[in-house]
Design a protein. Structure first.
Lengths: 317, 324
């Protein structure tokens, strides 16, 4: 081996070490960040945890004047609105993704325009969605959806109450519109990544377009679409501004879509700035801790679901 | 406050950074010493006074006055539906649920109130406006006082929360048959957008809030017996003072001070001098700007009290204010 070769090898080695060190540090930073987050949330909420214990999680009263704090209405509201968001948002997102990847293949301008618009929507700040929801969407929903539903199906608890528009339903619809860009953009990329051989094999068997999508494309992309959904769910669970502007901010547990509610993120945003005594502040930070673990639990559950569904099947994307 | 910082900068060239974080945050950031001065619609509570770093004195300086109005959205009905404190308390407790409730009809026999459920709106974020309103309801109703109480954030028995004063106004504007407490500044700046009712005062008259009757209320309930700037202001309440006032016929009963909170001993000469000059300007010259914004001027003896308080602010033991 000549001198020049060995020095080059030495340099390469150094570069490798450097690279390994930097990317390793970046990865460790994430771990450190999560630990620091959890620790700080725990430290801040220690007073509330000590005072209320586990009943904090099932307490239904939130009364800062009398120093009684319970998180259940906020947990309920967060889960309820997020489920609604998925229910409304997922089918539309999948529709967009399938259209863009399967149907608009030959129409390049249309594909480009719609694809760009979807990505643009993902960048709209949530407070804008909140404004739009409060001043435009809410009156429309009240007039054309909530009032007729209530008038005809009001005997079902889900549609009981008074439809004024500041409720779980409006919050769910706003959240759905907010997760659609994310879920559809990611799903589209995943569907695009399904190899054409999958489609061609199915077509060669004489399948129709829909049969190809249902039988070859969607099953292949299943785990990826689940991933996209979890991404959307993550946004819905933690969304603050848009929700607080339309949900009514009433700590209530009601089966009705037309009842005012409250979410974990919204109560922190509303009351954090004004928490006027230490226990109050501590209770709000514990709400943050609950939100942190709720998001974690949803992620773990979703991963478990992906594992159960994809176990033994041929999914690659 | 932010309008004042603009006006102050335009007139004097002095720059003040003011962050509108709400009364509670204002208070907690001042007590935590992270800001140089704070503004709040509610005086410090006993707990907040005791949370101050020992040895420091926080001065309370009333810088303007304001009022809370019952704003509503009743199709085809304008300003001036009449309320009493007791009826307002029942509406916000959820015991009066219909606009044509006998109690409301008795107060408004000619108003043709609709047979429609009342949608109650309140602030979702804690605020000095809600402190004033719940203070008033506590005076008017024993049930409210024990069940809900007064505070910048309370456990509202009924209703929906909207964020910020403008948020409450927005919710009322686009929710027919709703009612909610609103700081009057919004109505004065947007008189065509929102209607509001009159409230019965101690003398038995129904008063539709305006700058004049708010000022009369401050004269009646906010001038006598005020503590010195370095005293304890927890129990100062114009609302409480005028609740049973029978001699002032025109006062508006839900009237309150807005306060600036400043440390007695400043730790930075330049900053301290900027703060003192700014608040001096608000209290003395800036009051005329307040009227257009919906804040009537302070009575002369409150201005005099504030001036005394501001003269007491020191840096290194020397008074900061050097002007006339």
């Amino acid at each position: 081996m000549s001198d020049s070769q060995s020095s080059r090898a030495g340099f390469k080695l150094k570069g490798d070490t450097l690279l390994k060190g930097t990317v390793g540090a970046a990865a460790l930073a994430i771990v450190a960040l999560i630990v620091a987050l959890a620790y700080e949330l725990y430290r801040g909420s220690a007073q509330s945890i000590f005072q209320f214990g586990l009943p904090f999680l099932v307490g239904r009263v939130w009364d800062p004047v009398h120093q009684i704090f319970g998180a259940l209405p906020f947990i309920y509201g967060t889960v309820f609105t997020s489920v609604l968001a998925l229910l409304f948002g997922l089918p539309i997102s999948l529709g967009i993704a399938i259209f863009l990847s399967e149907k608009a293949k030959s129409r390049r301008t249309m594909k480009y325009v719609i694809g760009t618009l979807v990505e643009l929507l993902a960048a709209v700040p949530s407070v804008i969605y909140g404004f739009w929801g409060l001043f435009f969407l809410k009156p429309l929903l009240v007039t054309y959806i909530e009032t007729p539903l209530h008038a005809n199906l009001g005997f079902i608890p889900l549609f009981a109450g008074t439809p004024f528009g500041l409720d779980f339903f409006t919050a769910g619809v706003i959240l759905a519109t907010m997760i659609i860009p994310t879920v559809s953009a990611v799903s589209r990329d995943i569907l695009n990544a399904v190899p054409n051989s999958q489609r061609e094999a199915m077509y060669s068997l004489g399948a129709t377009n829909w049969e190809v999508i249902r039988g070859a494309v969607l099953p292949y992309a299943r785990s990826g679409i689940f991933g996209a959904t979890i991404l959307g769910l993550g946004r819905a669970v933690g969304e603050t501004m848009a929700v607080t502007m339309v949900i009514g901010n009433a700590p209530r547990i009601s089966a009705s879509l037309f009842s005012g509610g409250y979410t974990l993120a919204a109560v922190i945003a509303n009351e954090f700035t004004e928490a006027s005594y230490p226990l109050y502040l501590s209770a709000l930070i514990e709400i943050g801790l609950v939100l942190f673990f709720l998001a974690l639990a949803i992620n773990i559950f979703a991963r478990f679901l992906v594992w159960r569904i994809t176990r033994g099947t041929r999914t690659r994307v | 406050m932010s309008e004042w910082t603009f006006a102050y900068q335009a007139v004097t060239g002095g720059q003040v950074n003011y962050a509108a974080v709400g009364s509670g945050a204002g208070i907690s950031q001042v007590t935590a010493n992270t800001v140089d001065f704070g503004e709040s619609d509610a005086p410090l509570t006993a707990a907040q006074y005791s949370a101050l770093t020992s040895g420091t004195t926080l001065l309370t300086i009333p810088i303007s006055d304001s009022a809370v109005i019952p704003a509503y959205n009743l199709p085809n009905i304008g300003n001036g539906i009449q309320f009493t404190g007791a009826v307002l308390a029942q509406i916000f407790l959820g015991t009066i649920t219909q606009w044509n409730d006998p109690a409301l009809v008795a107060l408004n026999p000619t108003a043709n109130l609709p047979a429609h459920a009342i949608t109650v709106i309140h602030r979702s974020d804690s605020s000095g406006t809600m402190f004033a309103f719940t203070d008033y309801l506590s005076d008017a109703s024993a049930t409210w006082k024990t069940q809900v109480g007064k505070g910048t954030a309370v456990n509202w028995p009924v209703g929906l929360g909207c964020k910020g004063n403008a948020g409450v106004a927005g919710c009322i504007e686009n929710t027919p048959y709703s009612i909610g407490p609103l700081e009057i500044a919004y109505q004065i700046q947007n008189p065509t957008l929102i209607n509001y009712g009159s409230v019965r005062n101690g003398a038995g008259n129904y008063v539709l809030a305006n700058l004049t009757n708010i000022q009369t209320a401050v004269q009646a309930g906010g001038t006598a017996g005020l503590p010195p700037g370095n005293g304890v202001w927890t129990s100062v309440s114009i609302i409480d003072n005028i609740f049973n006032d029978t001699k002032d016929a025109t006062i508006y009963p839900i009237t309150t001070f807005t306060y600036a909170l400043v440390y007695l001993s400043q730790t930075n000469q330049q900053k301290g001098s900027a703060i003192v000059n700014f608040i001096w300007w608000i209290v003395n010259t800036g009051q005329s700007a307040g009227g257009a914004l919906g804040y009537p001027p302070l009575p002369a003896n409150v201005v005099a009290l504030d001036d005394t308080t501001l003269r007491s602010v020191t840096f290194n033991g020397t008074p900061i204010y050097t002007g006339p």
